[in-house]
Structure formats: structure tokens, C-alpha cells
Design a protein around this ligand. Sequence first.
Ligand code: CUA
Length: 346
Amino acid sequence: MNASRLISAILVGAFLFGLYVVSFFVPGSLDGELNYMSAKGPVALEQLKVFWYTVAVSAFLVVTVGGAFVYALFKFRAKPGEDFAVPEQSHGKASIEVGLIIASCILLVVIAIPNAKALFYVNAPPEGAETIKVVAIGHQWWWEFQYPELGVTTANELHVPVGKAIDVEVRSADVLHSFWIPQLAGKMDAVPGQINTMWFQADEAGKYYGHCTEYCGDSHANMRFLVFAEEEAEFKKWVKNESSDAAVPETVEQVNGQRIFMQGCNSCHAIKGTDAMGVVGPNLSHFGSRVSLGSSIYDNDTEHLSKWLKYPQKMKPGSLMNLEQVNMVLSDSDVENLVAYLQNLK
Ligand code: CUA
């Protein structure tokens, strides 16, 4: 490769990198649902700081090494009129080589210190902080959320109070998953037979998006979840509702729906206050109060719920909810009754 080609390649690279940097300053570009650059809590902010710090040190390296290289290209190239004989070669200079090794070590330490500090910071909530404990369990392909201190078990929609540290224990029920809420914290692997810890805190009320970020099979891409950060009073109200028994069916349709549910669905799903105690699928005690279904890939409305009950394999490929496999045939009226029952579980 000759010098002019190399310089063109460097210029193109620099231009693309420049576009990338500029894109951060375009209004709205940081508002993406899965954009870790839009940190909304102390843990995500700490991780973002470490990211930028490491980028800055790396950029310094690229510029100095690249600069010296380009300088040498011009300084020592063959000038017009000169003959192209190989110039005099020299081999090594101890002071320069030792100096470069020491400089490299210093740069590594400069990067390592803030990274190590951040690792300890994100591992557990600050000492003495008031926390809420959550156990997040990855399943193929949904998330189970338990609040052991509050007597709540739910799925795919995590509710947390604003400004409070959430002490998370990440586990897996089957294969490797990874727990990630880009704007709040991430990522922590969910490893079968192992308990990993992390924490996060939302400083602003709102809805945050989470995603499994470790390939875990057919529906890895469909393994999402939502985090609702709410004011304390609203969160308490949610906990009170979630920790109470499920609503009792009232209409004829709802009663029929419950009867159908207890003839099969109950072996995989639990509903608080009934005989349904399955633990294979999501706990549905207050399913009607969730905004999404199928681990946050569909709106929780009549249309999607009916489709889900009828064709779970089409709605989420590979889902453990395989009605053919268990010879469960749901008629249209069964589906209508089930929808009525489930939607009443507010
Ligand atoms: Cu779970 Cu990917």
C-alpha cells in the first residue's frame, strides 16, 4: 500500500468517526429506547463515564501513534530525484523501547483504575442506602421478577420507586441470559446455578426498556421487559395490589374462563388465591394490570391476547407454551372466555 492510499484510508476512517461523534449531538438521537448513552440513573451514569473516559484515552493513543506514523511517512519518504535505495537501517534503542513499555503500562493503569472503581460501584448498592430487593430470573423467553421482602412475584414488568436503589439478584432458570436496562444499568449475565448481583436506580419517573442481551435460543430477540419507575405512593399502591389475591371472576364468561384455565393452564401458571400454582410460565395473578404480554413484545389488548392463546407458537417461536404438544385445543369461545377471565385479573 502506498502512502497516498493509506492517508485516504485514515481520512475516511476519521470522517466516519467524526460522523459518529456528531450523531450524539443531533437532537433526539439520545432518546432511543435502548440507548445506553441516555443514562437516567447513577449506575448507568457511572458506566457511561467509564466508557467516555476509556474512549478518550484510546483516542489519545490513536492520535499520537497515528500522528507519529503519518509524520514519519512524510519525513522519511523518498523525495523526487532521490534514488530508491534502501536507506541506512538502525535496530532498536534501549531508552526508547523501555520508555514505550513504561508509557504503555502507565496508560493501562490509567484506564484500569476508574474501570475497577466502577466495577465495585455497580456490584452492590452504596452502604447504608435504603434498598428494595428484586430477584430477576431469566427463563426461555421471559423474565420473572420476585420481591422477596414484599411478597410479590410478577413477570416482564418491573415496578420500582424513583430515587431508590434496587438491589438485584440475577439468576437463570435454564440457559444463559443477560439482564440489561440500557438507560439504567447493564449488563449482568444470568447464569444457571449461580447468583450474580447488581443494582440500579431510576432518577426520573418513566417507562424504561429492558432486553435479554445474551443469545439464549429461538426467541432471544423476543425476550424483552419493561421497567416502570414510579413515585413512592404509586409504587406502594402497586405493591399492595400485587401482593393481594387475584380478582374473583364475576361474569359468566369470566367464570367459564377460570374453569378452562384450571383444566390445563394451571399446570404452568400460578394465580394467587386459586389452585393454579404452576411455575413453568409467568405468574398471572394480576395479568390484567400489565400493559404488555409475551415478555413485552405485544400490547396487552383483546386482539393480541386472543391471538396469543390461539397461536402461541406463531406469536413467539419456540415458546414453551405449545398447546399442540399437550393436546390442548381451544375453541373460539374458550379463547373468549379465557380472555375475559385474564383481563379481569387486574
Ligand atoms: Cu434470554 Cu437472550
